[in-house]
Design a protein around this ligand. Structure first.
Ligand SMILES: Nc1ncnc2c1ncn2[C@@H]1O[C@H](COP(=O)(O)OP(=O)(O)OP(=O)(O)O)[C@@H](O)[C@H]1O
Ligand SMILES: [Mg+2]
Length: 633
């Protein structure tokens, strides 16, 4: 428990921690490792590009001294040719290495997206339970793109500036060391300013990314919940909510701009100030004969080796902060760990006397399901453990049996059945299938044997056939039809314009709640599950159709163990065993007749649903209580 809390703590801390650490940059090195050869090549070209940048100014200086001062006119064509050819060659080099950086960055980012997507597939219900979709989406798109920008541009531009500055500073000493000293004396002031800018802007970038995530979340929720918004006529409220996030996103951007606007002109101004003392001191040196005019021209032309990195510094600092903020967010996703682990990953669970997992795997599951002393809590919130929503559950379902689960809303029915395919793991106790702990099964193998129809049905925007065949993509069409028939979906599907090829959610094709439930049921049946779980699956289906489905299920799934969660007694009355949940505990259990005889919660619900009057119920109660000896649990 303690360990988990530290992990959570770490997860919330990482964003800040990453910003102020060098880990996003270590991560960057890891990212480019597979393509470092190409990067090195591109960087070398970049180096050539930077080194040759001093040539034009040097030639111009030579031109002034040799052609204008010394009148060696025959040299003019040669200098002019060089002045044309060298920049041309440099441009060609630039095209090659820029293309390399760009394409490497696209490939690298594609790999990030790929592994991020794969990672998302592995995360489990508890992660999705506490994450906002908009947040994940903005990490997958905006933040990942920021990383691409860093790889394609910022990283090499930074290196380029540093090299230009160092190489250029050394080079100007060869032209005139006195002038070089003057120019370099002004530089520290500029770097201090740049550093200060960086410190101001740094926290703002992460603020901007956060604001963007929140904005995305509002939009995503508004789109997903648009029917609720309309039904409750809350468009104004939603607009207000959006407005708030929109304003906060703008404000974060403005704060950043303010900081940038304050510093960038100063940087530019300072950089230009370099020219004045250089011309002044240079003029004196020329008058004294210590420097040629050409030398001064060259030096002035080379000032960009100092001013350009200085100008760039502020901007690059900015870009680096943006990268660090985005990388921190993406890394946050990457360090999310699934809590539901494959048996081979649960290293600490394995003890010496454990059988090898391979031996525990069975060719096929028979379908015995046992809850052994199960207590379950949905994690913790703000450091406090939540109340357990399942307490000491003991239950054995023999293969082929049907178990009915009833109970008030919120009593823990969904939580109970979510534990079987390990959407969550028990907090205490164990679930056993064929007497083997579910945690010892290969996850995919376990889930492939369990057909589940969830309470809130989700269908993909695909054809009806595609939806039904989701679990077994290469299934024969006959099997799809047969599953649809069992789920009493065949007849309404055939009536649709494109039948089984109808695409759900497109061109106005909508489905009723009961139709969606039946397609979801067919989807669960297609995998021919040994264990079938129906969570309120026929709640939106009329009683007659429900009866039809039940008969078909009894006929087709004789060997499967079936869990039926329902609010209608009619849905569970034929079950071999019915349990009544109340606040997470089993309070009554037995067959329909046994439970009626108990005259407890089940009986009350039955009486209400059967429309018995108070007198009739009371009369039945008296009669049953005396005649039946079944004890409540
Ligand atoms: N993801 C979750 N995180 C935290 N608590 C949850 C979560 N899901 C459910 N709960 C809580 O667990 C309890 C049981 O919920 P559960 O969904 O199992 O009820 P249920 O019996 O299926 O209700 P219903 O009949 O309405 O479907 C409730 O108190 C609920 O608030
Ligand atoms: Mg439920």
């Amino acid at each position: 428990m303690k360990k988990r809390r530290t992990e959570q703590y770490r997860a919330t801390q990482t964003n800040q921690a990453y910003l102020y650490s060098n880990r996003p940059f270590k991560w960057f090195l890891d990212l480019i490792r597979p393509v470092r050869g190409r990067f090195l090549f591109a960087q070398l070209l970049d180096l050539v590009f930077v080194a040759t940048s001093v040539i034009p100014a040097t030639i111009t200086g030579l031109l002034v001294d040799d052609v204008l001062t010394d009148r060696k006119l025959e040299l003019l064509p040669r200098y002019l040719l060089l002045l044309v050819l060298i920049p041309l060659a440099r441009s060609c080099i630039a095209v090659v290495f820029r293309y390399q950086f760009e394409s490497r960055s696209q490939n690298t980012v594609m790999r990030i997206r790929e592994s991020l997507y794969r990672h998302l597939q592995n995360l489990d219900a508890s992660f999705y339970g506490r994450s906002r979709i908009g947040d994940i989406m903005s990490k997958m798109t905006g933040d990942v793109d920021m990383i691409r920008h860093f790889i394609a541009y910022t990283a090499f531009a930074t290196l380029e500036s540093v090299i230009l500055f160092i190489f250029g500073s050394l080079y100007i000493f060869t032209v005139s060391w006195k002038l070089a000293l003057v120019a370099l004396l002004i530089s520290p002031a500029i770097f201090i300013l740049t550093y200060r800018l960086g410190r101001t802007v740094r926290p703002i970038w992460s603020e901007i990314r956060e604001a963007f995530s929140r904005l995305n979340s509002v939009v995503q929720q508004n789109i997903a919940g648009n029917r609720v918004v309309r039904a409750f006529a809350r468009a104004d409220y939603e607009e207000e909510k959006f407005e708030k996030q929109n304003v906060s996103y703008r404000d974060a951007n403005m704060r950043h701009n303010k900081a940038a606007v304050r510093f960038l002109p100063a940087l530019d101004g300072l950089a230009n100030l370099l020219t004045m003392p250089v011309i002044l001191v240079g003029g004196i040196l020329v008058i004294r004969g210590q420097l040629t005019i050409g030398g001064l021209v060259t030096f002035n032309g080379l000032l960009f080796v100092l001013t350009q990195p200085m100008r760039m510094a502020g901007n690059l600092m900015n870009e680096i902060q943006r990268y660090a903020a985005s990388a921190a967010k993406v890394v946050d996703l990457f360090i999310e760990r699934p809590r539901i682990l494959q048996p081979q990953d649960q290293a600490d669970k394995a003890t010496a006397d454990d059988e090898p997992f391979e031996q525990k795997r069975k060719a096929s599951i028979r379908g015995k399901v046992e809850f052994r002393d199960v207590t379950f809590t949905y994690g913790e919130r703000k450091g406090h453990a939540l109340q357990p929503c399942l307490k000491n559950i003991n239950l054995v379902a023999e293969p082929g049996q049907t178990i009915g689960v009833v109970g008030l809303t919120g009593s823990g029915k969904t939580s109970l059945i979510n534990l079987i395919p390990r959407l969550y793991d028990t907090t205490f106790g164990a679930i056993l299938i064929d007497d083997i702990d579910v945690r010892d099964y290969n996850l995919q193998e376990l889930r492939r044997n369990i057909g589940m129809v969830m309470q809130d049905v989700f269908l993909f925007s695909d054809t009806i056939e595609g939806n039904i065949a989701y679990g077994v993509p290469d299934i024969e069409q006959e099997a799809v039809l047969s599953a649809a028939r069992t789920a009493a979906a065949d007849s309404f599907i055939r009536k649709m314009i494109d039948g089984y090829d109808t695409i759900i959610g497109e061109r106005g094709v909508g489905l009723s709640g009961g139709q969606r439930q039946r397609i979801a049921l067919a989807r669960a049946l297609v995998i021919r599950p040994r264990i079938l779980i129906l969570d309120d699956t026929t709640s939106a289906v009329d009683m007659e159709t429900e009866h039809e489905i039940q008969q078909a299920l009894a006929r087709d799934l004789t060997d499967s163990t079936v869990f039926i969660i329902a609010h209608r007694i009619s849905s569970v009355r034929n079950a071999d065993q019915i349990i009544v949940l109340d606040e997470g505990s089993i309070v009554e259990r037995g067959t329909h007749e046994e439970l009626l005889a108990l005259r407890g919660i089940y009986f009350d619900v039955f009486a209400t649903q059967a429309g018995l009057t108070a007198e009739e119920t009371a009369a039945l109660s008296l009669e049953g209580g005396a005649a039946n000896g079944t004890q409540p649990l």
